[in-house]
Structures are given as structure tokens and as C-alpha cells.
Design a protein around this ligand. Structure first.
Ligand SMILES: Nc1ncnc2c1ncn2[C@@H]1O[C@H](COP(=O)(O)OP(=O)(O)O)[C@@H](O)[C@H]1O
Ligand SMILES: [Mg+2]
Length: 214
């Protein structure tokens, strides 16, 4: 069995974490080995970097922020994503390279070419087999988090124009990579989204394994 790397992308509150958990459960129930990861985080060192990144009390200029995200990703790729893919697992990513392009290039305004070069280095050749983009008005996403009682972290506090650029950035990336991206309306009911995501994931797994999956 060849593994696959499925990433979830979208603005804050779009549903990445809930939808990736649902996919994790469905695939596990079907007998697949699934390894969920999150960004930034996923390994002890990247969880420590996550705490720095989300601290509202720290000033992290855009280039510093980029490097911290990529430092966390490099550890996640080396210690989690690559070894689990080699074992044939389905690895789920709650954010990956597309998030860095959307947030640090489109959102913060760092030069896209520079961000791409740095991302390629951190990802060590790992490109998702499928990227689920949950598209949502960022205002609605932030409202979802607020009504769930979550206090905004540093990225969430960045302001409405920033989050609108991030959303547009994601849509631009999806237009540039139509085969890899599955763009879904984040306002659809969870069960409908989960069904669409599971079907597409199974299709990707079949394609990678010459039609032979459980
Ligand atoms: N399709 C959906 N429709 C309505 N609410 C949703 C949907 N998906 C997720 N939610 C809710 O929105 C909130 C944010 O979801 P979450 O998965 O944490 O988003 P993200 O990880 O993208 O920030 C949660 O309270 C979740 O239950
Ligand atoms: Mg989340």
C-alpha cells in the first residue's frame, strides 16, 4: 500500500481541524493506517515553536514568522510526514506549504518567490497528493471560533483585510493547481463535506495504488 498525504487548508474557522478529524475517523474505520499532523506542531520541537508563534505578547516580524513556521515544518516533515508516508500510512496535514504562501506571501506581503524557495527547502520534496481547501468568508470563520469560546491567537488577531488576502491567496493557489486542489464551500453541512472529502481521498488512494485499495 502506497501512502498519501492529504492537506486541509483555509482561513481560521473554515473547518480544517473538524473535517480532518472526521476523515481520520472514517479512514481508520475502513482499516487504513492514518496519521494526523497539525501545523505548526506535530513534534516536540515544533510544538514549542508553535507556542512562540501563537503568543500574542511577542513581536515576530514577517521574515521571522516565516522562518519559525518553516522550522516547525522541517521537523514535522522529517520526523512525522516522511516516515509515515514510507510506512504506507495516509498522513493528514492540518495546513502545509499552501498556508505559508497564503499567509506569509499573500497575507503579509513577503515576496512570493522567496517564500516558495524557503517552503521547498522545508518540505524536502513533499507535495500533498490532495489539498482540501475549505473556502469561507474569514469574518464567518472568526465568528465560528468566537462562538465556540476560543480566544483569538496572534494570527487570528491580524485584522480583516489580512484575512481577506489570505482567502484570495488560497483561491489563487487552487486555480494554479487545479488537479491537486479540491475546493469546497466551507458553509456546506459537515456531513456533506465529510462525504465529498472521503470519496475524493479514496479516489486518490486508488489512483496511487493501481486501483487496489481496501
Ligand atoms: N461545515 C461547517 N458548518 C458549520 N460549522 C462548522 C463547519 N465545520 C466546522 N464548523 C465549526 O466551526 C468551528 C471552527 O472549526 P475548526 O475545524 O476548528 O476550523 P479551523 O480548524 O479551520 O480553524 C468549530 O466550532 C466547528 O465545530
Ligand atoms: Mg484548526
Amino acid at each position: 500500500m502506497k501512502g498519501a498525504f492529504i492537506t486541509f487548508e483555509g482561513v481560521e474557522g473554515a473547518g480544517k481541524t473538524s473535517r480532518s478529524r472526521a476523515l481520520c475517523k472514517s479512514l481508520s474505520d475502513l482499516g487504513f493506517e492514518v496519521m494526523p499532523t497539525r501545523e505548526p506542531g506535530g513534534t516536540p520541537v515544533s510544538e514549542r515553536i508553535r507556542d512562540i508563534l501563537l503568543d500574542t505578547g511577542l513581536v515576530t516580524p514577517p521574515a521571522c514568522e516565516l522562518m519559525l513556521f518553516l522550522a516547525a515544518r522541517a521537523a514535522n516533515v522529517e520526523q512525522m510526514v516522511t516516515p509515515w508516508l514510507l510506512k504506507g500510512a495516509v498522513v493528514l496535514g492540518d495546513r502545509f506549504t499552501d498556508a505559508t504562501l497564503a499567509y506569509q506571501a499573500f497575507g503579509r506581503g513577503l515576496a512570493r518567490g522567496d517564500v516558495e524557495t524557503a517552503c521547498a527547502f522545508a518540505a524536502a520534496g513533499i507535495v500533498p497528493d490532495l489539498t482540501v481547501l475549505l473556502d469561507l468568508d474569514p469574518e464567518l470563520g472568526l465568528e465560528r471560533h468566537a462562538s465556540a469560546g476560543r480566544t483569538p491567537d496572534r494570527m487570528e488577531e491580524a485584522g480583516a483585510p489580512f484575512h481577506r488576502r489570505v482567502r484570495e491567496g488560497y483561491l489563487q493557489l487552487s486555480r494554479e493547481n487545479p488537479d491537486r486542489f479540491m475546493v469546497l464551500d466551507g458553509k456546506l453541512p459537515p456531513e456533506r463535506l465529510d462525504d465529498l472529502i472521503l470519496r475524493r481521498t479514496l479516489q486518490v488512494l486508488r489512483e496511487k495504488n493501481g486501483g487496489l485499495v481496501r
